[in-house]
Ligand binder design. Structure first.
Ligand code: ADP
Length: 225
């Protein structure tokens, strides 16, 4: 059997700035996401979803506990190695698209591939294929400002998958959209993820959306149940 895409084991995290002096956010959070699995992370705002996703995506380090990506322990690796693994193996989607405004939709998906030494023609073909899968190929040469909110977010999904990551981490990926659009765009995201077979951990406080994933994890008091 292949290694889990993501393992968090006993992850603890507290913030020491501000008032109160210490905010304990994660108190031994553990989870396993297998390849091909789409897992919902459900919790109210402020419960620690973003903190957990940042630690899982190697953007932040835990105070205690283990993070493994594709079977490899990332907790005690040097920053350069963590950055390399993050670039190659993890895709991120946020509530806001964060596309580069001066580049077209297509270019926004091509650029991360060029940074990964993929030849231009191959990168463009992959970008077009991804845009087609989420139904925005006809907008490929428009800049983000010319796209609707739902189209912008579909392009952001394609960018996150551009380098064929092992693991997709998404933080309220349709939280910025009106309910009807959110529904459609979320369906497009699930189709895209299922079509590529990667593992995904998707934070949401929308139980309807969570119910469409393979499994739901709830955050309670800094742990996952
Ligand atoms: P969620 O994504 O579920 O809304 P977060 O992970 O963003 O939750 O935040 C969890 C808690 O940690 C909140 O109480 C938040 O105020 C606090 N927090 C997040 N980041 C920091 C930080 N850099 N410094 C201090 N407190 C923080």
């Amino acid at each position: 059997m292949s290694d889990p895409a993501l393992v968090l084991d006993g992850v603890e995290k507290a913030y020491n700035e501000g008032t109160p002096a210490e905010v304990i956010v994660l108190r031994g959070a553990s989870l396993v996401v297998q390849p091909g699995e789409i897992v919902a992370l459900v919790a109210p705002s402020g419960a620690g979803k973003s903190t957990l996703l940042h630690i899982a995506g190697l953007l932040d380090t835990p105070d205690a506990g283990l993070v493994r990506i594709g079977g490899a322990d990332m907790t005690h690796r040097r920053d350069a190695k963590r950055t390399e693994v993050r670039r190659a193996e993890v895709g991120f989607i946020y509530q806001f698209h964060h596309l580069l405004p001066e580049f077209s939709a297509l270019e926004n998906i091509v650029l991360p591939q060029l940074a990964n030494a993929v030849p231009q023609a191959q990168a463009e073909a992959r970008a077009m294929d991804l845009l087609t899968r989420v139904g925005v190929q006809h907008r490929a040469h428009h800049r983000p400002a010319a796209l609707s909110g739902g189209e912008q977010q579909r392009v952001a999904f394609c960018r996150a998958l551009a380098n064929s990551p092992r693991l997709l981490l998404a933080d309220e990926p349709t939280g910025n959209l009106d309910p009807a659009t959110s529904d459609q765009v979320f369906a497009a995201l699930l189709d895209l993820v299922r079509g590529t077979g990667l593992a995904a951990l998707i934070a949401t406080h929308n139980l309807d959306l969570a119910g469409r994933m393979d499994r739901i994890l709830r955050m309670e008091d800094g742990r996952l149940v």
